[in-house]
Design a protein around this ligand. Structure first.
Ligand code: GLY
Length: 579
């Protein structure tokens, strides 16, 4: 009897220990777990990578394990995604990278957005009737801006990395040359875009089988032309892409197809380091991308507008808190249409837009329990964006460095046009300019003078790679694809984490909304309760409940000695991994 009791006691103790031990051990040290969210993040001790594609994430973690820092890993992920995630990973596009360097306590904003070719001009896409020719703006050789990705990744590595280009690009070269195994996400994406991609002979040859059929789950995709281009970059750096044989292929492609990019445009491509947008929210520092991203300015503007309401007490995704967020979004996108553009060409009133006094004034204009009409909300300073397939990745290392990078071809697969012989797709970023005042771009975004097309100018973007610091140390890295929705997605992840104190997984998976001034409707993901929606509608909000998801964030937090990460559950194929 005693023996039996002892055995039972041991079993009970063991099972209790087995159930609570691993998480409890962490929970004791890590308060964030104690919020008892229904979702737990990936947890690691030494470093972490979150990206939209699993192979690329593993490449990044390998670089960290080899002793590389977050920048080394981010650059390796950037090149790897150009092979394994052709939807948006790229060397033919551009993007933004935020880097926090712990040693120097410094945050850097690297702008490697595409530049308009010298031959571009304000009325580039207008037809003989003065209407915007969307085919030319989105699906022609003229829709490509001068790519910035290669210059941007090399710039980051040379200035803030510790490894050689040869080391960090090697995995991408091998993935292109030897091939990689297709996951469901790429099979389904290629199948969905088969018709349009197959219209371009080079894209058809590179991404489909010789008989024209699509590669399937478990099959191997090799990209020999892309491997050659990556080797040229590996061996010659900037000159391997912007000069020499790859540049010759780009220019030949342009000349044969009425494109605009010349050798001079390529040689003149410049990476710009800009001063990060800095905001604060209840004790956190929010460091994010300045123009030509519109994201950073408006994230800070909206957080300023929301900071003095206790959204936590109003309730996460309650009608009351969503009402305030929607009205903040409405105002921010109205301002975006008027004041945001490439700061090298247009005087963007950044200081005014992120001023807490401006936000306080705007807050007084939000009625209680009553939606405004977008026509009532105008850009309000007292001074005079896709098929959503951009991609984001975040990296943190064990020295306290953090990288938040968003880059893009604009649409999924950009213009769907590949540079023949070079194996990479061209962006259609020129559509992010305002082709004509008052005419919306592919994301329904309106623009004006600030974002008019000019030679050498960078189109306004919504990409919002963001870092959050707590007591001067990297606390969070996040960002998302999603065209015009990027800004509101990042806002909601930040608010979920900083205001509602959710762990990074719960902050990621929570249902989202999106409003962008025009069109005057609010996208609502499944998961917002029917009661909440009924209240919002009763207050006059115009909800669009069609089933769809918004964004796909890749986020990492560091607190109490652990990395916590989460890849969005909204799209297949992503992976967060640490070690
Ligand atoms: N191409 C989408 C963006 O940059 O916002």
């Amino acid at each position: 009897m005693f023996k039996m009791k002892k055995a039972m006691l041991q079993a009970l103790l063991f099972s209790a220990f087995a159930v609570v031990s691993p998480l409890q051990a962490i929970a004791d040290e890590t308060p964030i777990i104690r919020y008892a969210d229904r979702f737990v993040p990936i947890i690691a001790k030494n470093g972490m990578v979150a990206s939209q594609e699993a192979i690329a994430t593993k490449v990044g973690v390998d670089i960290l394990k080899q002793g590389g820092n977050a920048v080394d890993a981010a650059v390796a992920v950037g090149f790897a995604l150009a092979v394994t995630f052709p939807q948006a990973g790229n060397i033919g596009g551009g993007g933004f990278m935020m880097v926090h360097l712990a040693k120097d306590n410094k945050t850097i904003a690297i702008d490697y957005r595409e530049m308009a070719p010298a031959a571009a001009h304000r009325d580039l896409y207008l037809d003989e009737n003065g209407d915007v020719d969307n085919r030319r703006a989105r699906f022609s050789h003229q829709s490509a801006g001068v790519p910035g990705t290669v210059a941007g990744l090399i710039h980051a590595l040379e200035n803030y990395g510790t490894m050689t280009l040869k080391q960090v690009i090697a995995p991408a070269v091998a993935l292109a040359e030897d091939g990689f195994t297709l996951a469901y996400s790429l099979e389904s994406s290629l199948l969905a875009r088969k018709e349009r991609l197959s219209r371009n002979p080079a894209a058809k040859k590179a991404l489909f089988k010789p008989d024209g059929s699509h590669y399937q789950f478990g099959e191997t995709l090799k990209q020999p032309d892309l491997a050659q281009t990556l080797k040229a970059i590996r061996d010659k750096g900037f000159d391997g892409f912007y000069k020499g044989s790859v540049a010759d292929l780009i220019v030949k492609e342009m000349k044969a197809n009425d494109g605009l990019i010349t050798h001079k445009d390529l040689e003149n491509y410049k990476v710009v380091e800009r001063e990060a947008i800095k905001g604060s929210y209840k004790g956190y520092d929010v460091l994010t991308m300045p123009p030509p991203s519109s994201g950073g300015v408006h994230i800070v503007q909206m957080m300023n507008m929301l900071e003095n309401d206790n959204l936590k007490d109003l309730g996460h995704n309650s009608a009351a808190s969503l009402h305030l967020m929607i009205e903040a979004m409405r105002q921010a996108y109205a301002d975006r249409s008027e004041y945001l553009g490439d700061p090298d060409y247009f005087d963007v009133p950044i200081k005014e837009l992120i001023d807490k006094k401006y936000a306080a004034k705007l807050r007084t204009q939000i009625p209680n329990k009553k939606a405004r009409k977008s026509e009532e909300v105008k850009p309000a300073l007292d001074v005079t964006p896709e098929s959503p397939d951009t991609t984001h990745f975040s990296v943190m290392d064990n020295e306290g460095n953090a990288v938040s990078n968003t880059y893009t071809l604009n649409f999924s697969y950009g213009s769907h046009i590949m540079v023949s012989g070079a194996g990479f797709l061209l962006n259609n970023e020129m559509d992010d300019f305002s082709a004509k005042v008052g005419v919306a771009n592919a994301y329904g975004l309106l623009g004006a003078e600030a974002n008019a097309i000019e030679a050498g100018k960078r189109p306004l973007s919504s990409m919002t790679p963001t870092l959050v610091l707590k007591d001067g140390k990297a606390f969070m890295a996040t960002g998302s694809p999603g065209g015009s929705t990027i800004i509101t997605v990042v806002l909601q992840v930040l608010m979920n984490a900083l205001e509602h104190e959710m762990n990074v997984a719960a902050a990621t998976y929570a249902p989202r909304i999106h409003h962008q001034w025009y069109p005057d409707r609010i996208l609502v993901e499944p998961g917002i309760s029917a009661d909440t929606k009924a209240l919002l509608e009763a207050w006059g909000h115009n909800l669009d409940n069609r089933r769809r998801t918004i964004g796909s964030t890749q986020s990492i937090q560091f607190r109490d000695g652990f990395f916590y990460g989460a890849s969005d559950s909204r799209r297949h194929g992503a992976l967060t991994l640490g070690y």
